[in-house]
Every structure is written in structure tokens, then in C-alpha cells.
Design a protein around this ligand. Structure first.
Ligand code: BGC
Length: 802
């Protein structure tokens, strides 16, 4: 690579479909870009802040560094509390900032708002997993340098991140100083600024959460810092080490400074004109949540030694190899629209970066990219993120479910507080305890239990991983089934139907209702699956079943009760409209006046009191429409059309979880324009900042939703109750072709379709049976099977009655 003659390395000439490129620095957009250029590996997250700091006048910077599952607690103050409100809230912490690198050229400090930026480019490369920044800068005194910074968060060594900082003196001989630091004093000013009453941001901490304990140096410019969280008492050890590479003739001096929580080392390098030098910085984070406390230092030393021995390039090579394997299973390729293609890859890459994979952590609503929703895990994981992993990278899918098993005890405790038997999972959490301070849109969303059960069933059926079901899944299913039968009751006024009162469904614009149809349908499915699992365990794993029965004191009568509640489940239906009612009272409410709601009043949650919203027929997000997708076999096509057409016009999509689900159902019922439009809103949700809040972190559920919109929507993929995979592809007219792969029970199948036909190819495995548009196909190795696309996806006509 000849950097000087070209002005920029060839490595930065990447196809848009595989990269995210910023050609000019715009300070107004800084925080959003920090989210977009964030790197992570499911454990460490680093926002895309500038190493040298932010010096803009407008906007601000959130120099976010996060460790998944590492949080502090703080008391929640309720002016009017009540029994059972969570006493404490957990928040993902912005931890010690080890990404600091400050450059000075002949005594002049480099930053983007000083001197003259002659060339600027930032590139996130999704095949290599490396973030590049290339700047040609001229200092106010006229000294020009070319700076090439590469950054990665290792996907193969979860405790490690690395920065490679390279400087070339273009037109002068002189001293270039590079100061590398880590700072454990995360000032409140670094936290998200004005929250403007936005409930999605969460409470602001008023005191530092990380308290200094100890620090040390390795005598070679490296050092470490140990801190403890104020309330949760977790320990964090952050460490850094360096490797300097100089041209043969260059000399340098090094000076170190330790000031309690701030450790720094400065390299002053004497360069000749045209010389290039580089500093590799290796960063590690370890916490007492995942490493024995007495081993923190030793483990971090080990991680840094490993990084030094690989060097930045070695780590980058491993990163590339890891991603090659990932993309071979997870890539979705569409021909005909580079912007959408870029969005799909950005989303898949983002999911990989943020998903916990150690069984102790999960996926925060904003991943590891920002502090929106305080780093909490929601149902987003099981209903949106999990399918992506189940069908592409099942080992991560399993780890996400293991998190629920690990926190089953807290769910049992929560059920007790709520005066119920069994287990109730928290609406939002990091450590497993309920964190929702607003119960109408929190604890009342009991559907979380059924969502987790659904995720388990889908995972087990798609992977065949019965070991997980036997060891962990079954216990979750049984404890959460106990909750349902205790929560609901048989209503004599409704022929003894099983009713569930006082819950909130997925749509948070309607709260605390009786018989939310989604909840009841999903609870029915949950109870049925629990009964089937009892049957499976009894037959195939009798010893394990006997042990579980004993351990949780499961009585025969209880299982009969699950079956009975499922059989008698009440699902509200309106005969006149021929649709399911969202709940007992929804259809009798006044409809929201959309015509008189100005565009600036969206999202409604920021402009109307919750009660005003609750009194109307208006949806924040897919509710019954989501059930149409998840439990598709239980509805006829006509029912799907009628229900979709009723609820769709009432839906604001104020939640980013909504458009993808509408896209899937629209595609299924032949409303291709709507399907494409909703897909567009999902796939570039963050790249185009559709919801205007990407600065607080990326919308991981929507990112996963874009994968579902292609695979389940346009690809028509469904896993039937028997665990069989079926497809019914339809190509949006804007595309030339589409290709994706899915894993099914250890086999990998590629689905490729263009306007005329679809080709199914087995890429891994012995052979499997799938359904194409209802037709049974056997797919064998090296024998692709082709079929014409079915032509009956025209928009449904008016022949459906009512
Ligand atoms: C949605 C919830 C979601 C949460 C976190 C809310 O706006 O209504 O369904 O779980 O965001 O993403």
C-alpha cells in the first residue's frame, strides 16, 4: 500500500454493500455517528468516539465503553410508591475509557476542528470487522501528517480491544507526540446530555458509579486500574499495553503519568520527513461477574500478552476469519438495491457485535452501542433477536436462552411478590430482577413468559437441541406455566373459558386490560408446549424428568391444569367485524383522530399523557398482527387479511419493533407495496435515523426484524409446529434476486430466488425435507432443487366479506 502517493490506503476502497463510509466530519451528527460506528463483541462495546476527543461546538459526545452485564444499581425513588414496585434499578455502566489517544505535531494538538483537514474518511468494514479512520491534517503551523487509525473489538478474544495508530510526517521533520491514556473517572458530563423527559433514556446518575480501588503499571508504558461499582459491588479491571513501531532512524522518549484513576503514557518521536511510525494499543476489560476476583489481574495480563504476541495485524486476521465463517451462514444478499443491501449487512453485523454469548448476558435493546433504555434486556431478545441467531448461529441462540435459565430464581421471586405461583420473568432487566418502574407498560406485560417459551420452542425445533430442553428449557417452561394457570381464571359468565385479566400486550398504547388476544394466544401455545414437553421427557428422558419433577415438586394435577387452561383459553373475537379484538374493551373505544394529529406529535408517547392514549383505539406497535405471524398456522388467510386491514391503519409504529412485523404479514397476504415500504423503514432504521434517536444507541430489535422481513417475509419461511421448514418466496419487483441461508438441525440450506424461480441448495449436511409452497421437497447434497415461484400473491381482492 502506498499511502502517500494515493492519499489513502487501498484498503479503504470498499464496496458500499460491505461498508459504512463517512467522507466528511459533521459535528452536528457526532453522537449518531458514535452509535453507527460502534464496535463490540457481545462482551465489550465501544462507541465510535474519536480517540482524541470531541471538540465540536454543536451536539456532544458520549464516549461510551461498555461491558455486557456489568451494571450498578441505584434506588428508584417513587414519590408515590406501592407494594412490589422494584426498589432498585440497574443500569449498564459507562466504564473506564481506555480509548484515549491524543496526537500533537510539533507541539500542536490534533483535532478535527483545528488546523486544516485536507482529507477525511471513516470506514467500518463489515467483512474484516475493523473500523478505519484516515485523516490528512495540516496543523496551524503548516505541518502535514497522514493519520491512519484502525480499531477492533476482538470477536475471538472477548476481553480484548485494540487500536492501531499510525502517523506519517508528510512535509516536515520534527517531533510527533502520541499520548495514550485510560481514564476511570467517567464524569457525568460524558453521560447522555439533556433527556428532555424522554422515558426511553432512563434516569440520570448523580454520582460516579465506579470507585477507585487500585492501579499499577507494567513499567513499559502499560498499566491497569481496578474499580468497584458503588452499589452492586462488582469489580472491574481495565488494562492497557502498547507496542511502538518506529522507522530505523527514528528515536523516541517515553514519559508516564499516574494520577489515581488516570494513567497515561506519552511517546515523543523524532521523525524525518516521510517517516511513518505506529503505536498499537491493546485494551482489556475483566470483571468479577465473569472472572474470579483474585484472578482479575492475572487474567488481564494474560489477555494483553496474548494480544501483544498476535499484534494488531494478527488479531485483525483472526477477526476476518471469524467473520468469513459468520457471513457464510448469516449473509443475506439482495441484488438491485445497494442501500438496502448495506442496511441488511450493517444490521447482521450489529447483532453479532452486541449479543451476549456467555450464557450470563443477553442483548440490550440498544445493544452495546448506547445507554438508551439503560442497557436493559427486554422481550426484544426472544421475539426479534433470537430467531436470527437460531437460524444462523445457533450457539449464540442457545447462550441467549441460557441467560433466562440462569435468572429463573429471580423470576420465581418476582412471581411471589406478584402473589402468583411459578415464575414471572422481568419486563426489563440486566441481572434478572424486574427493573420496570412503570408497571402498566412493564410488569403488566406478562406475555414475556410466553415469548420466552416461544423462543425455546423455536430454538429446540430448529436446532434439535433436546439437551437444552431437558436440562434448562423444561424447567423454565414448567415454572412459567404455573404462573399462567394461577394468574388466569375460569369465567362462569363466559362458559367457563380461561381468562387472563389485568395485563398489557405488546402494544404499549393500551394498558392493563382483560384478555389481550396476543397474550392469551401465546399463553395457550406456551401451555400446550409445556404439556408436550412433559410427554417428550417422560418418554425419552424419564430419569431427568423424575429428577426435575422432584426438584420443583411438579404434581400430575398441575399438568392436567395446564392442558385444561389451554383448551379453554378465551380469545376475544368480534363476530360483526370478523376479527380478533385486541382485548375485551379495545373495539368499543374511540378511534384516535389521526387526521388532526400533526406529524410533529409523533411519537405520541412524547406528546400525550398515557391515559389520553389508553382511551383510544391506537397502537404503538404490532400486537395482534404479531400473533398472526408467530402463530400463523392458527389463522386462515382471510382472517389474516381482515385483521391486518383493521389494525394496520390504527398503528403508529412509534415503536421500532413494529414495521418489520407489518412487512411480513403484508408480504404474506400479497400487499407487496406495503411490505416493501415497511421493510424499507426497518432495514435502514439507524442508518437513516428513521426514529430520530439513533444517537442513544441502535435499535437491535428492528435490526433483527429486517432479517425476518426478508427471510420470513419475502422468503416466506415458516417453521411449522412439527419443526418442518417451509418457504414461499416472492421477490419484490424492485429487486433482481435474493439469497439467504438458514441452519436447520445442523444442516445449512441456501435459498436463492429471482423473478421466476427459486433454487434450494444444501450447503452443509446430509439432506433434508422442506416444504415449498406446501409441496414436499427433498434436498440432497449437490442436487439443487428448482421451482417456479407461485403467482398467487396478488393483493387480496374484496371477496372476503364484511
Ligand atoms: C417497545 C417495547 C420494547 C422496548 C425496548 C418499547 O418502545 O414498546 O416493545 O420492548 O421499547 O425496545
Amino acid at each position: 500500500m502506498n499511502k502517500r502517493s494515493e492519499g489513502h490506503p487501498a484498503a479503504l476502497q470498499l464496496p458500499r454493500e460491505w461498508s459504512l463510509v463517512e467522507d466528511a466530519y459533521d459535528e452536528k451528527d457526532n453522537q449518531r455517528k458514535e452509535s453507527l460506528f460502534a464496535l463490540g463483541n457481545g462482551y465489550i462495546g465501544m462507541r465510535g468516539y474519536f480517540e482524541e476527543g470531541y471538540h465540536g461546538k454543536e451536539g456532544a459526545s458520549v464516549r461510551g465503553n461498555y461491558v455486557n452485564g456489568f451494571y450498578d444499581t441505584a434506588p428508584i425513588h417513587y414519590p408515590e410508591g406501592a407494594y412490589g414496585y422494584p426498589a432498585e434499578g440497574q443500569a449498564m455502566l459507562n466504564v473506564t475509557d481506555a480509548g484515549i489517544l491524543k496526537l500533537a505535531v510539533e507541539g500542536e494538538t490534533f483535532h478535527l476542528n483545528r488546523g486544516h483537514v485536507r482529507f477525511y474518511k471513516r470506514v467500518l468494514h463489515m467483512q474484516s470487522g475493523v473500523l478505519h479512520r484516515l485523516v490528512e491534517w495540516e496543523s496551524p503551523a503548516g505541518h502535514r501528517v497522514l493519520i491512519h487509525i484502525r480499531r477492533l473489538v476482538s470477536l475471538t478474544h472477548r476481553h480484548l480491544a485494540a487500536i492501531h495508530y499510525e502517523v506519517t510526517a508528510l512535509n516536515f521533520a520534527g517531533t510527533v507526540s502520541l499520548c495514550s491514556a485510560m481514564d476511570g473517572d467517567i464524569a457525568e458530563a460524558e453521560g447522555p446530555p439533556d433527556r428532555g423527559g424522554d422515558p426511553r433514556l432512563g434516569a440520570r446518575r448523580t454520582e460516579p458509579s465506579l470507585l477507585f480501588e487500585e492501579a499499577g503499571s507494567d513499567g513499559r508504558g502499560g498499566g491497569w486500574l481496578k474499580q468497584r461499582t458503588r452499589h452492586s459491588r462488582f469489580a472491574l479491571l481495565t488494562a492497557m499495553s502498547h507496542r511502538l513501531a518506529l522507522p530505523p532512524s527514528a528515536s523516541y522518549s517515553l514519559s508516564e503519568k499516574h494520577d489515581r484513576q488516570r494513567l497515561s503514557v506519552q511517546y515523543d518521536v523524532a521523525l524525518r520527513r516521510g517517516d511513518t511510525f505506529s503505536l498499537s494499543k491493546f485494551i482489556s476489560h475483566h470483571t468479577s461477574r465473569d472472572t474470579r476476583e483474585e484472578e482479575l489481574l492475572m487474567q488481564s495480563e494474560g489477555a494483553l500478552r496474548l494480544a501483544e504476541s498476535r499484534g494488531f495485524d494478527g488479531l485483525a486476521e483472526e477477526q476476518h476469519a471469524y467473520l468469513d465463517a459468520f457471513w457464510s451462514r448469516a449473509d443475506v444478499e439482495i441484488k438491485g438495491d445497494p442501500a438496502l443491501q448495506q442496511g441488511l449487512r450493517f444490521n447482521a453485523f450489529g447483532l453479532l457485535q452486541s449479543a451476549g454469548r456467555d450464557g450470563r448476558t443477553s442483548m440490550a435493546a440498544k445493544g452495546l452501542t448506547g445507554e438508551g433504555y439503560e442497557g436493559h434486556y427486554f422481550w426484544d431478545t426472544e421475539m426479534y433477536v433470537l430467531p436470527f441467531f437460531t437460524f444462523t448461529t445457533p450457539e449464540i441462540g442457545r447462550a441467549l436462552l441460557e441467560f433466562r435459565y440462569r435468572t429463573l430464581e429471580q423470576a420465581r421471586e418476582r412471581a411471589k411478590v406478584m402473589a402468583q405461583r411459578g415464575a414471572l420473568y422481568p419486563w426489563r432487566t440486566i441481572g434478572g430482577e424486574e427493573n420496570s418502574a412503570f408497571f402498566p407498560a412493564g410488569t403488566a406485560q406478562a406475555h414475556i413468559n410466553a415469548d420466552i417459551a416461544y423462543g425455546i420452542r423455536q430454538y429446540v425445533q430448529a436446532t434439535g437441541d433436546e439437551a437444552f430442553l431437558v436440562r434448562q428449557g423444561a424447567e423454565i417452561l414448567f415454572e412459567t406455566s404455573r404462573f399462567w394457570v394461577d394468574l388466569g381464571h375460569y369465567d362462569p359468565g363466559r362458559d367457563g373459558a380461561f381468562c387472563i385479566d389485568g395485563v398489557t400486550g405488546p402494544d404499549e398504547y393500551t394498558a392493563i386490560v382483560n384478555n389481550n388476544a396476543y397474550t392469551n394466544l401465546m399463553a395457550r401455545e406456551h401451555l400446550r408446549y409445556a404439556c408436550e414437553t412433559v410427554g417428550l421427557l417422560r418418554e425419552r428422558y424419564p430419569l431427568q424428568y423424575a429428577r426435575l419433577e422432584r426438584e420443583i415438586g411438579l404434581a400430575e394435577e398441575e399438568i392436567r391444569e395446564w392442558q385444561r387452561a389451554a383448551d379453554k383459553m378465551y380469545v376475544p373475537y368480534d363476530d360483526e367485524l370478523g376479527i380478533y379484538a385486541q382485548d375485551d374493551t379495545f373495539l368499543s373505544k374511540r378511534k384516535w383522530d389521526f387526521a388532526d394529529t400533526p406529524p410533529e406529535n409523533y411519537p405520541l408517547l412524547l406528546h400525550y399523557h398515557p391515559l389520553v392514549i389508553y382511551r383510544h383505539q391506537v397502537l404503538k406497535q404490532a400486537d395482534l398482527v404479531l400473533a398472526l405471524f408467530l402463530l400463523g398456522e392458527q389463522f386462515s388467510r382471510e382472517e389474516k387479511i381482515r385483521n391486518y386491514r383493521y389494525y394496520e391503519p390504527l398503528t403508529t409504529h412509534d415503536s421500532s419493533l413494529s414495521p418489520c412485523i407489518h412487512s411480513i404479514i403484508a408480504a404474506e397476504i400479497g400487499e407487496m407495496e406495503a411490505a416493501y415500504d415497511y421493510f424499507g423503514r426497518t432495514v435502514r432504521m439507524d442508518l437513516d435515523d428513521v426514529n430520530g434517536n439513533a444517537k442513544d444507541g441502535l435499535h437491535t430489535a428492528a435490526m433483527a426484524g429486517s432479517w425476518m422481513a426478508v427471510v420470513n417475509g419475502f422468503g416466506g419461511m415458516r417453521l411449522d409446529r412439527g419443526g418442518r421448514l417451509g418457504f414461499r418466496p416472492v421477490l419484490p419487483p424492485q429487486w433482481e434476486s435474493c439469497r439467504f441461508k438458514v441452519m436447520h438441525r445442523g444442516q445449512r440450506i441456501e435459498v436463492f430466488f429471482d423473478r421466476e424461480q427459486v433454487t434450494y441448495t444444501l450447503q452443509e449436511g446430509e439432506g433434508l425435507v422442506i416444504l415449498h409452497d406446501g409441496e414436499r421437497l427433498e434436498i440432497r447434497p449437490e442436487a439443487p432443487v428448482r421451482r417456479e415461484l407461485s403467482a398467487d400473491r396478488e393483493p387480496a381482492g374484496g371477496h372476503l366479506g364484511n
